[in-house]
Design a binder for this molecule. Structure first.
Ligand SMILES: C[S@@+](CC[C@H](N)C(=O)[O-])C[C@H]1O[C@@H](n2cnc3c(N)ncnc32)[C@H](O)[C@@H]1O
Length: 214
């Protein structure tokens, strides 16, 4: 897969960001062996830093997979009450096992389609971390507006889609990718509207954005 960051530099950063936490290492090994997409090490470190600085009492995560990023956030700020949403039942089962193993039974895991689940939530969150279907980011982001306070932040992973968002030629013949690229561009335009939001888009791994209401 194309990297948006100089590959040598990326490898170097990943090496520097290696975890020495046994449970984190085990989940990384499981994900690698079973081809489960989880945040990369340097993104994990950024996520941790965001949580350390923001200290969010309530976090909503969209896209649990095996619970890796939920556990990273919980370990970083144990006071956080985390609600996480996953569509895939098999992944959700493994996530639940991982939460139980570490004693994080208070992480609320909801199995279902994220957009539908979000529409039925009526709580408010200090931080929303979006890491699920890339083509749905704008829908998630719009629904998230109802679920945040003025000071909340919305963090999204994979927003640059291997750099395809700025390529004209690359996606000429792949319908699914064309749709995702078009939708991500639309999403990036919306979050970059300076009349409504403060946003930073960070070209780390596959691109991460952090947005706050003005
Ligand atoms: C990149 S993975 C999440 C990784 C996780 N945040 C981590 O770093 O540990 C994306 C997850 O979103 C889930 N997903 C995809 N479409 C979804 C949807 N419509 N609703 C809820 N989850 C969805 C996938 O099954 C997958 O497990």
């Amino acid at each position: 897969m194309n990297s948006i960051v100089n590959e040598k530099l990326q490898e170097y950063l990943r090496d520097l960001s290696k975890s020495n936490d046994e449970s984190i290492i085990k989940m990384e090994e499981y994900a690698s062996e079973n081809h489960v997409p989880i945040v990369e090490s340097e993104v994990r470190q950024l996520l941790k830093m965001i949580v350390l600085l923001k200290k969010p009492k309530k976090i909503l995560e969209i896209g649990t997979a095996i619970g890796y990023s939920s556990i990273v956030m919980k370990k970083t700020f144990p006071e956080a009450k985390i609600t996480t949403v996953e569509l895939n039942e098999k992944s959700a089962k493994i996530a639940r096992e991982n939460f139980d193993k570490l004693g994080y039974n208070d992480i609320d895991l909801i199995v279902g389609d994220a957009y539908e689940v979000m529409q039925n939530l009526d709580d408010k969150y200090d931080m929303i971390f979006i890491d699920a279907a890339k083509g749905q980011y704008l829908k998630y982001f719009e629904e998230a507006q109802r679920l945040i306070y003025k000071d909340s932040i919305i963090v999204c992973d994979n927003v640059l889609f291997r750099g395809m968002v700025c390529e004209e030629k690359f996606y000429a013949h792949r319908h699914r990718k064309i749709t995702i690229v078009k939708r991500l561009r639309e999403f990036l335009k919306v979050i970059s509207d300076t009349t409504k939001y403060d946003t930073t888009i960070i070209p780390i791994d596959d691109g991460m954005s952090i947005t706050k209401l003005k």
